[in-house]
Design a protein around this ligand. Structure first.
Ligand SMILES: Nc1nc2c(c(=O)[nH]1)N[C@H]1C(S)=C(S)[C@@H](COP(=O)(O)O)O[C@H]1N2
Ligand SMILES: [Mo]
Length: 315
């Protein structure tokens, strides 16, 4: 048992300013150490990549989308249905201190403080393609750690078949959470356990060498690069390991449009638009759209997870 469990203290109620400052310092220090060491996409150093060869990844030299575009073009429906308002509105969210409740089919359930989680993880930069179901895409230099290395620390039971993630629910700061006409709150997403344990699946805490901006899901979000962006849930407060698949926000809203799997697939159109190509954020008016790749270009690493599945049926 390496991570500290403090079941008796609900994390979101801690307001002691001394504690607050200490935690802030620890998180800042974690980043400083990492930046001081000169972070780079040093795939070869990361043991968590398991049997994925560094060569597989370095073969794909990606040019990150400019930071200003990534930070000012967001989807964060708790705040707004447009792409620009969350940049300012999300700043009201208090992301420090932060804790994550982990429960369900695990040996070590508990409430874990974010800085305790981070102290046990090897933060690295991961440059991934990101494809929204709406048809735009970007390349993001995330900082984070594999979700698998967090899950392993809480020891999932053999009965854990799915992982459910829940975003923060705070309607006083997130105005759209009072709007019940479209989505249900809090935002919920889920992965099959093998998807969650895949080394490409990240928990991100940073962007472009700095702490994750609030509008991009601070302090902790999921990043699943081979799936449409809506799977990459922001501001996670709860992780549950479950026997059965839970209902997820977008799937519940429109099951014929947003499947549980949501794997990027140019051959399976959204009922209202084609998914065969994408507009890259920052590209000029005359730049041709990019041809969307199966599994967003990560097929070599993840296709085996779906080898026996009809991807048209399980979209
Ligand atoms: N909690 C929460 N997570 C979320 C969303 C959201 O509205 N709320 N939007 C999703 C969608 S549709 C996308 S495309 C990505 C966008 O991430 P970005 O805003 O950092 O680009 O976040 C996903 N995660
Ligand atoms: Mo999206």
């Amino acid at each position: 048992m390496i991570i500290k469990t403090k079941k008796d203290i609900p994390g979101h109620q801690i307001t002691d300013p001394v504690v607050f400052m200490q935690r802030r310092k620890i998180i800042k220090a974690l980043f400083a150490t990492m930046l001081g060491a000169g972070i780079s996409p040093s795939w070869a150093d990361n043991k968590a990549w398991g049997d994925i060869k560094p060569a597989d990844l370095s073969a794909k030299a990606l040019t990150p989308t400019p930071a200003e575009l990534i930070k000012n073009h967001t989807n964060y429906y708790e705040f707004s249905f447009n792409k620009t308002d969350a940049t300012s509105l999300a700043q009201n969210l208090r992301t420090d201190p932060w804790s994550i409740e982990i429960s369900g089919e695990v040996e070590k359930p508990g409430i874990y403080y974010l800085e305790d989680v981070l102290a046990q993880q090897n933060l690295q930069e991961y440059i991934y393609r990101f494809r929204c179901v709406e048809g735009w895409s970007m390349v993001v230099p995330w900082i984070g750690f594999p979700l698998a290395s967090l899950l392993k620390k809480v020891s999932p039971l053999s009965t854990a078949n799915f992982v459910k993630f829940t975003s923060i629910y705070q309607p006083d700061l997130m105005p759209m959470q009072l709007n019940h006409t479209m989505l249900e709150w809090p935002y919920v997403e889920s992965l099959r356990i093998d998807e969650a344990m895949h080394p490409l699946t990240l928990m991100a805490v940073g962007l472009y060498g700095d702490i994750l901006p609030k509008q991009n899901g601070a302090p902790l979000r999921l990043v699943v690069p081979w799936k449409y962006g809506f799977k990459s849930i922001k501001a996670i407060v709860k992780i549950e390991l479950l026997k059965k698949p839970p209902l997820t926000t977008w799937n519940k809203f429109a099951p014929n449009e947003y499947g549980f799997y949501a794997n990027v697939n140019p051959a399976v159109a959204h009922p209202r638009w084609s998914q065969s190509s994408e507009r890259q954020l920052g590209s000029g008016f005359f730049t041709p759209r990019r041809q969307t790749e199966i599994f967003n270009g990560y097929g070599e690493q993840v296709a085996s997870l779906y080898s026996n599945m009809d991807l048209r049926h399980f979209f």
